[in-house]
Design a protein around this ligand. Structure first.
Ligand code: L34
Length: 297
């Protein structure tokens, strides 16, 4: 069997189109356009490329945006001061600090200094905690994007065994919470979360009805590790040196695409799978922040 492709690029563009209309409705009511503030530290090319994609998406959907580029030697205090400015700025609806941070800074401390009502990444403990107890919150963009893919392709999670490989705060952990919750439209799945200390990974992956891979390890999952007909969501996005390409690298996921796609029923490609969904869901969250839909005040 050859897997069907889950086209994240297409679904993301449909979502952006919807957000664009919603932004237009919002501004037609006399409101100013939503505004997203990104902050990037240092010169990591991948971070700049992702933030660039976010800025282009804002432009497309009618969200005002700005990127503050800071030195990677900035002190924790200086960064906090920059963030506080945007927390207090009435014209800023959403704030994101692109990760990873330089090693002298603590991601959690930085995230906690963002006003949770402007935390459109959904990384602040207030939003993560409210997710865990089923209260309105900003949902982390990548896992929310994965749920949208299930919805678009009518892939049921209810009663399914979902195995998540990778337990990061950005993807694996919030996705496990979203999928295991028994209330709401999504979830109702039985979730197994694996990570680098999991003994005999294959024992778990082979039992998955839906396998989500977010480990940041190219080629980690191969055909013999999965059962026939599984749905594979590959969140991994790894830059591999490739002298034949113009950029000098190519993007690959955490799945060995060839052997995995021979057994899976559905699979997300890299690029063009989950990545564009992350950006589209950020647009949704920024509009929600502007409308104060999650935290009325
Ligand atoms: N604060 N940091 C914060 N928020 C986030 O949501 C992120 N993430 C992750 C890294 N750090 C973050 C992103 O933005 C990963 N990520 C991200 C965003 C977009 C894409 C990939 C990762 C994306 O658009 N990927 C394209 C290819 C891009 C390319 O050519 O390099 C794709 O098709 O997968």
């Amino acid at each position: 069997m050859a897997a069907n492709i889950i086209d994240g690029k297409k679904v993301a563009s449909i979502i952006r189109e919807q957000v664009k209309q919603d932004v237009r409705d919002w501004t037609n009511l006399g409101n100013r356009p939503p505004k997203l503030q990104a902050i990037v530290l240092g010169n990591d090319p991948a971070s700049h490329s992702y933030v660039g994609a976010k800025m282009r998406a804002c432009e497309e959907v009618g969200i005002a945006s700005d990127t503050l580029k800071l030195s990677d030697t900035i002190s924790a205090q200086q960064l906090e001061d920059e963030i506080r400015y945007f927390n207090e700025d009435e014209n800023t609806d959403g704030i994101l600090v692109q990760l990873p941070l330089p090693s002298h800074l603590q991601a959690l401390t930085v995230i906690e200094s963002i006003d949770y009502r402007k935390d459109v990444d959904g990384f602040h403990p207030m939003n993560v905690g409210r997710l865990a107890i089923g209260q309105p919150n900003f949902k982390s963009c990548t896992p929310a994007g994965v749920l949208e893919l299930f919805k678009y392709y009518s892939i049921q999670t209810k009663g399914k065994h979902v195995v998540i490989v990778g337990g990061s705060n950005i993807v694996g952990s919030p996705l496990a919470v979203m999928l295991s919750r028994e209330k709401g439209d999504t979830g109702k799945a039985t979730v197994t979360k694996c990570h680098k200390f999991t003994k005999d990974l294959t024992k778990h992956t082979i039992d998955a009805d839906i396998l989500v891979i977010a480990a940041g390890s190219p080629g980690l999952i191969t055909g013999p590790m999965i059962k026939e007909g599984v749905v594979v969501i590959d969140v991994g996005i790894n830059r591999i040196a490739d002298p034949n390409s113009e950029k000098g690298y190519k993007l690959v996921g955490d799945a060995d695409f060839k052997s995995v796609s021979e057994r899976a029923s559905w699979i997300t490609p890299v690029p063009g799978g989950v990545g564009p969904m992350t950006v589209a869901m950020l647009m949704k969250n920024t509009l929600l922040a502007a409308k104060k839909s999650i935290y009325p005040r």
